[in-house]
Design a protein around this ligand. Structure first.
Ligand code: BTN
Length: 253
């Protein structure tokens, strides 16, 4: 059912598929090992946030061993987001308004449908030993607006009620495998263009909160290493590698 690249580890209930995958990676599991669970009791999002994880949605964590530096590996969150978008366009050819929000959210009609969490272990020389790409897709349900920073949605809430987590898994795996092989051979430039073509925020006034504080300004670039350049009101550029982005003038998706 999945491309040969994958070795599927299917579980019913776990704390977090990413915790399971990290333990397997530490135990020398190979690239392509993918942990999928029906539900998570301790699903984690970025910055330690909770990830809504009841039965019916897709929760997967994929082990990769890309043999590159950590900054190059950060491109894989964009590759993963594009793969969620690619899977959606196969399952729902009529789907419109899939957008990407830095660093790695997938939005449908302006609401968050999917989130991606990258976790890695580095060798002493800074090269990636393993990378776990955790992907959550809201298929049947999503958290309410009061529970999250950015409003969420699910495929069922958007009217695509026949889609299951199983279908989403199969199409994501196919889409990701194709893009990952392309990335390994050709690098990030073309994939970055694809991501930029459907992003929200570029050229807009945004606020980015990150561990050192908050910066407001115009989102002027998403660089090859996945960091953003923000031009603040005093004309200074800020390079930010990790943070949470909020549009100050909301677009309608
Ligand atoms: C985010 O948007 O904050 C990232 C969410 C990542 C959620 C997925 S669900 C599968 C994997 N297991 C986890 O505990 N988290 C990731």
């Amino acid at each position: 059912m999945l491309p040969d690249f994958y070795q599927l580890v299917r579980l019913q209930e776990v704390s977090s598929t990413s915790d399971e995958a990290k333990a397997l990676a530490q135990d020398c599991a190979g690239e392509g090992t993918i942990v999928v669970a029906d539900r998570q009791l301790g699903g984690r999002g970025r910055h330690g946030r909770e990830w809504h994880s009841p039965f019916g949605n897709l929760y997967l964590s994929l082990i990769l061993r890309p043999g590159c530096s950590a900054s190059t590996a950060s491109q894989l969150s964009f590759v993963s987001a594009l793969s969620v978008g690619g899977a959606l366009s196969v399952i729902i050819p009529s789907v419109q308004k899939v957008r990407y929000k830095w660093p790695n959210d997938v939005l449908l009609r302006g609401r968050k449908l999917s989130g991606i969490l990258l976790e890695s272990n580095l060798h002493d020389d800074g090269m990636v030993d393993w990378l776990v790409v955790g992907v959550g897709v809201n298929v049947q349900s999503h958290p309410s607006d009061s529970q999250v920073k950015w409003p969420a949605t699910s495929l069922h809430a958007e009217g695509f009620k026949s889609i299951t987590a199983h279908t989403m898994l199969r199409e994501f795996c196919t889409a990701f495998h194709r893009r990952y092989m392309f990335w390994r051979e050709n690098g990030f430039a073309q994939l970055r263009e694809e991501w930029l073509a459907s992003n929200i925020g570029l050229g807009e006034r945004v606020e980015v909160s990150f561990p050192m504080g908050v910066v407001t300004g115009i989102l002027s670039d998403v660089a090859m290493d996945g960091s953003i350049a923000l031009l603040d009101d005093k004309g200074r550029y800020h390079k930010i590698s990790s943070g949470t982005l909020r549009l100050l003038e909301r677009l309608d998706g």
